[in-house]
Design a binder for this molecule. Structure first.
Ligand SMILES: [Cu+2]
Length: 163
């Protein structure tokens, strides 16, 4: 029982640290691919068929998300329609506060880095992109814009997952 717990903890750690394994790509493409089964501390990629709720999120050059706070039920799959109503690039990245902070630091060191994960949407000015995500566990999570400087300017929102 003890050793099983240790393995579980080690496994959870390796999964969350792999979230920072960015792949440098020429261009981030949004082609159709299989739904990832990778578990993150804040849930996993959702099946669009199970998304009963759509939440529109607006991102502006005032470095704000609207809405800035969401309440979601544990197990719920949500379709985010993420609109960039500004004139510069923005992105919505879901995560824990700890991960978002680390990720923002990484983005400052490597500003040209492109990455694509199911829990993030990079949105060009005037465009709308989607994230389908299942929040599997109750807790407090966040979404941030990790374009260098934006997170620090307060471009951050909160997701409260509770029954
Ligand atoms: Cu931004």
């Amino acid at each position: 029982m003890r050793s099983a717990q240790v393995i579980m903890v080690a496994l959870a750690f390796s999964v969350s640290s792999s979230a920072f394994a960015h792949v440098e790509k020429g261009k981030a493409t949004k082609e159709k691919k299989a739904i990832s089964t990778e578990e993150q501390p804040f849930g996993r990629e959702g099946d669009p068929k199970n998304a009963k709720r759509t939440i529109k999120v607006d991102m502006s050059d005032k470095m704000r998300f609207t809405p800035g706070e969401l309440t979601i039920k544990p197990g719920e799959t949500v379709r985010f329609e993420v609109k960039n109503s500004g004139k510069i690039m923005h992105e919505m990245v879901l995560g824990t506060m700890d991960e978002l902070k680390k990720h923002a630091e990484l983005m400052k060191k490597h500003p040209g880095m492109e990455h694509d994960e199911p829990y993030m949407a990079h949105v060009a000015p005037g465009k709308t992109e989607q994230i389908v995500w299942q929040f599997t566990k109750a807790g407090e999570y966040f979404y941030g814009c990790l374009v260098p400087g934006h997170f620090e300017a307060g471009m951050i929102g909160k997701v409260v997952v509770r029954p």
